[in-house]
Ligand binder design. Structure first.
Ligand code: PMM
Length: 283
């Protein structure tokens, strides 16, 4: 197993998926936009997520909410690089959530060892070259187009098969560019050119993605398809209980990690899941 993964996943917690805490330093992300724009607010939220049990903090500077417009990579970097630098210096494991190879490269330069790319490399033709050269771990999501048009691209005959095949061909291309297979993590990209029905099909079909043999990350947290379990008009935090249950079900289906905004509810739910499994092993 890759050395960074061992560092990200503390030995005591081996057996449950890693918990990736979300830190968006953007004015417009759908759930936490505008909350952590100042350097100090961002750092203290990251420290809090870590103390709550996050194994990795995913720091993003560009919103990917449906309809969001692209921003200049320089703006993205101005938002996140000083925060990433400070977190690396504190020894907090971080990933950078970016579709831009220049941002991935700049983050790697300040010591970031994981790049999370919701476009799976499709948004920037230089991304795989940077990933291969820097040796970072690379989370590649299934993606069909930028946020301003992705809703129109949510058409599938068999979403699980098509997402699986697409991720397979992304992986094949990464390998051609020299990305080491032990660096690759895949993600079905819930909500990215997917309807609620597609998201549920992908969650139910998770074992088929796991069977590709690469670690799978699931990012369901607070997404719109979970609104049905909360009161109408409730804030996105009302989707946290459903998110936590999905974390346990994803664990059950073999997910490597779950990316969540509310770390305590997922950590608590995964503790129950782990206890259940320790019973199966020791009974
Ligand atoms: N979703 C969002 C952003 N980044 N990264 C991965 N790997 N998987 C996801 O599902 C994902 C992501 C959108 O949610 P946010 O705006 O709350 O960060």
């Amino acid at each position: 197993m890759a050395s960074e993964l061992v560092r990200i996943r503390p030995a005591a917690r081996v057996g449950r998926p890693i918990v990736v805490g979300v830190l968006n330093i953007t004015p417009d992300s759908f759930s936490d936009g505008g909350q952590f724009l100042s350097h100090d607010a961002a750092i203290s939220h990251a420290v809090q997520l870590r103390s709550q049990g996050a194994d990795l903090i995913d720091v993003g500077g560009e919103s990917t909410r449906p309809g969001a417009e692209r921003i200049d990579p320089a703006v993205e970097q101005a938002r996140i690089l000083s925060v990433l630098t400070a977190l690396v210096q504190r020894g907090i494991p971080v990933s950078v959530d970016t579709m831009n190879s220049s941002t991935a490269e700049a983050a790697a330069r300040v010591g970031v060892r994981v790049v999370n790319d919701v476009s799976g490399g499709l948004a920037d033709p230089e991304m795989y070259r940077v990933v291969a050269r820097t040796g970072v771990r690379y989370i590649a999501s299934h993606w069909r187009g930028h946020s301003d048009s992705m809703q129109d691209l949510a058409e599938y005959r068999d979403v699980v098969r098509e997402v699986r095949d697409s991720l397979k061909s992304r992986i094949a291309e990464m390998l051609v560019w020299g990305v080491s297979p032990d660096r690759i993590i895949i993600d079905p990209g819930l909500g990215f050119a997917k309807t609620a029905q597609h998201n549920w099909a992908l969650l139910a079909g998770l074992p088929e993605l796991v069977s590709l043999g690469y670690p799978v990350l699931i990012g369901a947290s607070r997404k719109r398809f979970l609104a049905q379990f909360a009161e109408e008009g409730a804030p996105t935090t009302a989707r946290d209980p459903a998110t936590a249950i999905i974390s346990a079900l994803a664990a059950q289906s073999g997910a490597w990690g779950v990316r969540v905004h509310d770390v305590p509810s997922t950590v608590a739910t995964l503790a129950v899941w782990s206890a259940w499994h320790s019973g199966a092993r020791n009974g």
